[in-house]
Ligand binder design. Structure first.
Ligand code: BGC
Length: 292
């Protein structure tokens, strides 16, 4: 795939980093591990908390996986923290993170669990998210407005299998892969794989698709308040908005919840949206740029 990044309009991030809400308290995902409860004022590592001794958890399912790091201390594991380490990017968008006793520290603060949990990498785990938008229209093609007379934006969302929550169709950046390419690949895999098309339709669609996804607008780059985060491993993402102003490419895709196995739909962006991790904040940023 051709390098997309040069064609991207990079905008500075105005969104503030969400503090730990989804990655604090309760049970760690896909486990019975109880996070140590960390009060708001003790999230920051700069606040002393000498008795802090959270459970250590690294899921057995990630150990030995080709996409996962080895244990710290393993003679075959020599990570280059805070740098591009071969094909693995161990740099954080949040700036240099601290490494204490060879273990990276979550740049936002304490989460109540140590280890890697279900995340493959120590330190930052990089993802990419596409926010594919269109205007909501009625049957005759007119744009729909809300009670404040603002046009209604819709975006493509998928239902995550792990938490059953609606989310952006994003995914993990493969080693060596360009982040923008990940966002496009994930959209294809998660949101369009179930569409039934003839071979000819597919060909025409591929060409239009390629063009459409060359023009993305970066709306977020940074830490994500993901329920899988730990004190030593966390999610970061870059999110790109791909907007179909006239429904000329993806806007015409007929996606309806329940149409297929993954659960994918065009969803109205409303103030009471409830989405996975920090996805609501990312979507809100798109609305701010497009409407407010
Ligand atoms: C998801 C992305 C998400 C990231 C951080 C990844 O697993 O696929 O959509 O932004 O985690 O929560």
């Amino acid at each position: 795939m051709k390098c997309l990044s040069s064609t991207y309009m990079i905008r500075t991030l105005a969104m503030s980093v969400a503090t730990h809400i989804k990655c604090r308290g309760g049970t760690y995902p896909r486990s019975s591990i109880q996070r140590l409860s960390v009060p708001d004022h003790k999230i920051s590592w700069t606040v002393e908390y000498p008795e802090y001794n959270p459970p250590y958890y690294t899921a057995a399912s990630i150990q030995g996986q080709p996409w996962a790091d080895l244990e710290i201390g393993d003679p075959n594991f020599k990570p280059k923290w805070n740098s591009q380490d071969g094909t693995v990017n161990r740099e954080s968008y949040m700036g240099p993170y601290k490494v204490v006793n060879d273990v990276p520290l979550n740049p936002v603060g304490r989460t109540g669990v140590q280890g890697r949990g279900v995340l493959g990498r120590w330190g930052p785990n990089h993802a990419a998210d596409p926010i594919v938008t269109r205007w909501k229209r009625n049957e005759t093609g007119d744009i729909q407005y809300d009670e404040n007379n603002k046009p209604i934006l819709q975006f493509v969302t998928i239902k995550r299998r792990d938490t059953d929550e609606w989310a952006l169709p994003g995914g993990m950046v493969d080693p060596g892969e360009k982040v923008a390419a990940t966002a496009v690949r994930e959209f294809r895999e998660e949101a369009t794989s179930s569409l039934t098309m003839s071979e000819n339709e597919k060909k025409a669609w591929q060409e239009k698709f390629q063009k459409f996804f060359e023009r993305g607008d970066e709306v977020y780059r940074g830490y994500v308040d993901d329920p899988r985060n730990t004190d030593n491993a966390w999610m970061e993402t870059v999110a790109y908005n791909f907007h179909d102003e006239n429904d000329s490419v993806v806007g015409t895709l007929k996606l309806h919840a329940g149409d297929d196995a993954v659960g994918v739909q065009w969803l109205d962006i409303t103030p009471n949206l409830n989405l996975y991790a920090s996805h609501k904040d990312i979507v809100k940023e798109v609305v701010k740029r497009k409407i407010l």
